[in-house]
Ligand binder design. Structure first.
Ligand code: PEP
Length: 257
């Protein structure tokens, strides 16, 4: 089955719930205006938690063709975990996706591979697809060990999943040195690692699983570099930070085809 490209906008800690409603409305209208074909790319925004209820109401009420998800999920079941948001809560809000293990969570909140694995299990069990983020820092890239580093992150993140479950996951390769820096990976760099990610999924499960799993590239994706990245055979979409906060630019990224 062909893999539908996924274009996910990670808003990070930007846009309040009022701004979010205006943004999503304008994004949906822009895509409609430009006759966006949803079969050629699935468009998703990942707002802060505080925006999700408003985005849900808007998307459901107006039947907008924009999906949404969250940026993090608790590794715990509902209970005494002050400040955390459970996977079941995200599912109830209609979230289709949640990013897990973004490099900013790994860096600022010391999230490790074991926690990323646990969060991914919680999300999937609740019916929310994790977008599992992996990627090497500049130090690792300079040693030339980036492929092995990312493969090890993927192996750890996928522990305990069945082949059937793994086929539904999304893995985002985001080299840390490319995030928010304007220093986008070359299409060949992106392909090298995305191909290795798919390769390790085939080794862990089966070729069918690897053929189904979507592998995204993330790191300084813009309207003017997305087409070359998307032309790579193992890149199935983009996780977009800064450029996802501009309606016209994100719509142009979504319409890379
Ligand atoms: C991100 O935060 O996931 C990201 C890719 O950011 P940017 O597009 O701004 O590099």
């Amino acid at each position: 089955m062909p893999r539908t490209p996924l274009m996910a906008g990670n808003w990070k800690m930007n846009l309040n719930h009022v701004e979010a409603v205006g943004f999503v409305q304008k994004l949906a209208w822009t895509l409609e205006d430009k006759k966006h074909d949803a079969a050629r790319s699935e468009v998703v925004v990942l707002p802060p938690f505080t925006d999700l209820r408003s985005v849900q109401t808007l998307v459901d009420g107006d039947r907008l063709k924009v999906g949404y998800g969250a940026q993090d999920v608790s590794a715990n079941e509902p209970g005494a975990f002050t400040g955390e948001i459970s996977a079941a809560m995200l599912a109830k809000l209609g979230c289709r996706y949640v990013t897990v293990g973004h490099s900013e969570r790994r860096f600022y909140h010391h999230e490790d591979d074991a926690l990323v694995n646990l969060k991914s299990h919680k999300a999937l069990a609740a019916g929310v697809t994790p977008i599992i983020c992996v990627g090497e820092g500049k130090d690792v890239r300079q040693t030339g060990e980036h492929v092995a580093y990312v493969v090890a992150q993927v192996q750890a993140a996928l522990a305990g999943f069945s082949a059937e479950q793994a086929a539904t996951l999304v893995i985002a390769y985001e080299p840390v040195w490319a995030i928010g820096t304007g220093e986008v990976a070359t299409p060949e760099n992106a392909q090298e690692v995305c191909q290795a990610v798919r390769g390790v999924v085939a080794e862990l499960f089966a070729q069918d699983t690897a053929d189904a799993v979507r592998v995204l590239y993330g790191g300084s994706v813009k309207a003017d570099n997305v087409a070359a990245i998307m032309a790579q055979p193992d890149v199935d979409g983009a996780l977009v930070g800064g450029a996802s906060l501009k309606v016209d630019e994100f719509a142009a990224i979504a319409r890379f085809y």
